[in-house]
Design a binder for this molecule. Structure first.
Ligand SMILES: Cc1ncc(COP(=O)(O)O)c(C=O)c1O
Length: 394
């Protein structure tokens, strides 16, 4: 059977990582991988996570099944964190899923059941997994304009031209905050305009929220999604605890469906449960239980919040230092947009040839579209990076 198939293409990120590992130059820099790294290049286990894990080890009495919808307290705590009481709880349906990706997957399946011929609109560019996931789920992915490579900003007028023309059969996938890969995000005023447009057209909003708290703090990062949730009758949201709790390999996430009313939420909940059961039956519990313990314990919660703030402050600081280093050496203002971006990533907006030159001549690795992972920058290497960017772009 297998020789009737061709080899599937390797994920770009893993291909880049293999090239980076094989490079023997000592001063190499990896800006490719999408995980947070500290100053020493490690992806640490958060302090509160380690403490919660010890509690699990001491107190867990069974490994019996948790249930199709997963850890209910975890889901409710995440609902409070994300929606902060702006909508009636009876409208919120949730199932725990394996990470943000698992949550997106469950929600796409629900959309597929409800909108057999509908299109799904994703930003150009978007997280590289969005397009193939939509295709695999049997939906028709299309792009709306999003990022202007020359200015490093959101092409908002062009984006709205497309969104304003959609109809009730369309789904619009929006990044809740910290857009991946570009780092460019909507302002609060722009979110207000998107909410009005969706209200008028009836297009269905789907928020991917993989970086809550990684940009400008939880309240600001949640502005857009809360605006949509409080303005519109229905929406979906996929939450990931991979980045903000540093739980990447534990696969903790929540798929949310907001219904018009209790009845709508109950239908959505039953559909999600039905899809989970036929897909992987139940989500893994360990990561969700860690998050539950942290969010229910005031001390651990404060500790987690402080460490999350430290991580996002480090990223902001690195952005500023890189921009300063480029300016000091060249008077180049072209990269100032990096400080306006938020979250783990930015798209430099340079060409594939320039990306290749950075790799070949300077051992600096980033994705072909010039996405850099800011946390991959180490303070000692900022000068090298700034010099190399100037060299390949001038
Ligand atoms: C925009 C976006 N959505 C979803 C995910 C998936 O996160 P998870 O690892 O929790 O599946 C990522 C991870 O990189 C992401 O950047």
């Amino acid at each position: 059977m297998f020789d009737e198939l061709e080899k599937a293409p390797l994920d770009k990120i893993f291909k880049l990582l293999a090239q980076f590992r094989a490079d023997e130059r000592e001063d190499k820099i990896d800006l490719g991988i999408g995980v947070y790294k500290d100053e020493n290049g490690n992806t640490p286990i958060m302090r509160a996570v380690k403490k919660a894990e010890r509690q699990i080890l001491d107190n867990e009495t069974t490994k019996s099944y948790v249930g199709v919808a997963g850890n209910r307290e975890f889901c409710d705590l995440i609902a409070d964190l994300v929606f902060a009481n702006i909508i009636d709880k009876s409208r919120i349906a949730s199932v725990q899923a394996p990470g943000g990706t698992g949550s997106i997957w469950v929600l796409l399946q629900v959309i597929k059941r409800a909108r057999k011929k509908g299109k799904i609109w994703i930003s150009d560019p978007s997280w590289p997994n969005h397009y193939p996931m939509c295709e695999l789920a049997g939906l028709e992915p299309n792009y709306y304009p999003y990022f202007d490579k020359d200015s490093g900003k959101v092409k908002f007028a062009e984006m709205m031209k497309v969104l304003d023309r959609l109809g009730p059969k369309d789904t619009v996938l929006l990044h809740g905050c910290c857009h991946n890969p570009t780092g460019a995000n909507l302002t609060n005023e722009q979110w207000d305009i998107v909410a009005d447009s969706l209200k008028k057209t009836g297009a269905f909003p789907f928020i991917d929220l993989a970086y809550l708290g990684f940009g400008d703090g939880i309240e600001q990062d949640a502005y857009g999604l809360r605006k949509l949730a409080s303005t519109l009758d229905e929406m979906m949201l996929a939450f990931s605890a991979s980045k903000n709790f540093g739980l990447y390999r534990e696969r903790a996430g929540v798929a949310f469906a907001i219904g018009k009313d209790k009845n709508g939420a109950e239908i959505a909940f039953s559909q999600m449960g039905n899809i989970v059961r036929a897909s992987y039956s139940q989500p893994p519990d360990h990561g969700a239980e860690i998050v539950r313990i942290i969010l229910q314990d005031e001390k651990l919660r404060n500790e987690w919040q402080n460490e999350l703030d430290e991580m996002s402050a480090r990223i902001k600081n690195l952005r500023q230092k890189l921009v300063n280093a480029i300016k000091e050496r060249s008077n180049l203002e072209d990269f100032n947009f990096l400080t306006e971006h938020s979250g783990m990533f930015s798209l430099l907006g340079i060409s594939k040839e320039q990306v290749d030159k950075l790799k070949k001549d300077h051992a600096i690795y980033m994705l072909d579209d010039s996405r850099i992972s800011i946390a991959g920058i180490n303070e000692n290497k900022i000068d090298k990076l700034a010099k190399a960017i100037i060299e390949v772009t001038q």
